[in-house]
Design a binder for this molecule. Structure first.
Ligand SMILES: C[S@@+](CC[C@H](N)C(=O)[O-])C[C@H]1O[C@@H](n2cnc3c(N)ncnc32)[C@H](O)[C@@H]1O
Length: 479
């Protein structure tokens, strides 16, 4: 087998990050004489039960990577994808797989990562929590402007397609300088699609320049839309490379007139070369500059740049799972690490003595403090802290009591080794680890287990239907 070969494969397994697995008998270069090994092919775009014709893209001694050219026999779990951009966008890679099977694979993947990567065997693995909404579930969408539009094969051959140098939509996998123009996305709301299309037309008609990642010149960078599920709040946040008050005022006035559901319009100005959608400063053109939403009966203020769980309805089930795992008696001191806008701290506050939240992003900490205030919660405190550097020193400086329970909800990269070591110094009786990446979660849990903790149980909560992303909650107790 070599790169470029086309072969027929039966898909029998499903790997983390949404690739089908085919195992074939193959004598590898380093296998012992007469010892036949299973050679693994990871096949992008396939599911267990498929028989496919695939092209080999990469070949190593024990495995290969391939992409599907043709589905010869489809898996019985395949369904028709709803989205027009399904084959290109990559955002909802599993939209052509029925939801029940998506859930089954996610559940199996967490178990596999925990067993194989972590070596954990003796723990309770609870059934995955399904998402009630599987379309229009996101409360935040981040679109990009690009001066190169990525065209689908049909569009490439269509002479009538204009505007090849102006796109507002989503990046397709592995292509960073071009953007697929999106007119209808199934992830957010109908109003979000209206905002997206209005914004594209508004700036295209005026021939406004687009920021180029190569020359670092141009004005338009991103469009971020935030929607509340329980209130009618709707935020439009335009990210640009500089200020242009006159143009932004006109944009704001016109978009509000056209889409009256919008409650706030903001301009984030990002002066940096890096492609983050977070501005160095922001200017509010309409409304309050933030939106409010509700989780578990608590009201939360959400700014343009503070983290908020993207599936609001399912966030309640995620936090409920974390609270259930914590099994609070009411007298606990809790540390909420990576506390964002304070949502978990506030959610568990009624069942604890005191909760201390630690978070590195200033606007998120400011939101957390406001959130405690508007919910009239008196037993929470929030600190700005980069946990990779200054966790124990802040605890010492603020003289906070030792925690009985630590809830940690880090970003995809997991916890910094120093943070894990600081947790071990603090020795809480329980740790509830919420993660959007079971691999880094397993890596960190392994260190905790090697240093006196036991993994008790784990439960995945599906926050991201149709994607391969998995959210997982784990409970550890000190031995
Ligand atoms: C997955 S979010 C969780 C937020 C919150 N627990 C929630 O449920 O909305 C991770 C948070 O960690 C914060 N963060 C990332 N690195 C950090 C660090 N080194 N120290 C403190 N906070 C950090 C991010 O700003 C973000 O708010």
């Amino acid at each position: 087998m070599k790169k470029g070969d086309k072969i027929e494969l039966d898909i029998t397994g499903y790997a983390y990050e949404g690739k089908g697995i085919s195992k074939i008998d193959f004598e590898t270069e380093d296998s012992e004489k007469d010892n036949l090994n299973k050679f693994v092919v990871f096949v992008n775009g396939s599911y267990p039960g498929d028989k496919v014709k695939a092209s080999i893209k990469k070949k190593k001694s024990r495995y290969a990577e391939a992409i599907v050219d043709e589905i010869l026999v489809p898996s019985p779990h395949r369904i028709e994808a709803k989205c027009n951009y399904f084959n290109y966008c990559g955002g909802c890679k599993a939209q052509d797989l029925n939801y029940e099977t998506q859930l089954k694979y996610k559940e199996e993947q967490v178990r596999e990562v925990f067993e194989k990567l972590g070596g954990f065997s003796d723990f309770e693995s609870l059934p995955i929590f399904a998402s009630e909404k599987i379309f229009f579930y996101r409360n935040k969408m981040e679109f990009s402007f690009a001066d190169k539009r990525w065209l689908t094969p049909d569009e490439l051959n269509n002479d009538k397609i204009e505007n090849r140098n102006f796109a507002l939509g989503l990046h397709i996998p592995r292509i960073f300088d071009k953007v697929l123009d999106i007119e209808e996305c199934w992830l957010q709301s109908e109003a979000s699609n209206k905002i997206l299309n209005f914004t594209r037309e508004f700036f295209r008609k005026r021939d406004v320049s687009i920021y180029s990642t190569k020359t670092h010149e141009g004005f338009l960078r991103n469009l971020i839309i935030k929607t509340a599920h329980h209130t009618n709040d709707l935020m439009v946040n335009l990210v640009t490379s500089s200020e242009n008050e006159e143009l932004l005022k006109e944009f704001s006035d016109q978009i509000i007139a056209q889409i009256p559901e919008i409650t706030t319009v903001i301009n984030n100005v990002n002066l940096k070369k890096s492609q983050t959608a977070i501005g160095d400063f922001e200017k509010v053109y309409f409304g309050e500059g933030f939106i409010f939403d509700v989780i578990g009966g608590f009201k939360f203020r959400i700014s343009a740049n503070s983290f908020f769980q993207t599936n609001t309805l399912q966030a309640e089930n995620l936090y409920e799972t974390a609270k259930e795992f914590a099994d609070l008696k009411g007298d606990e001191i809790i540390y909420d690490l990576y506390s964002g806008a304070g949502t978990i701290s506030i959610f568990v506050s009624k069942n604890a003595k005191m909760v201390f939240g630690f978070e590195s992003v200033d606007p998120a900490v400011a939101d957390a403090k406001v959130n405690a205030e508007i919910n009239n919660i008196k037993n929470v405190r929030f600190f700005t802290a980069n946990l990779d550097k200054s966790f124990l020193s802040i605890i010492k400086e603020k003289n906070t009591p030792k925690p009985d329970l630590i809830i940690a909800d880090p970003p995809r990269s997991g916890m910094n080794p120093k943070t894990v070591s600081d947790i071990l110094t603090l020795k809480p009786k329980k740790i509830v680890y919420v993660s959007c990446n079971p691999s880094t979660q397993a890596r960190d849990i392994k260190v905790l287990i090697e240093n006196g903790y036991k993994l008790i149980k784990s439960r995945a909560v599906d926050m991201f239907p149709h994607t391969y992303h998995i959210e997982n909650v784990a409970l550890l107790e000190i031995i």
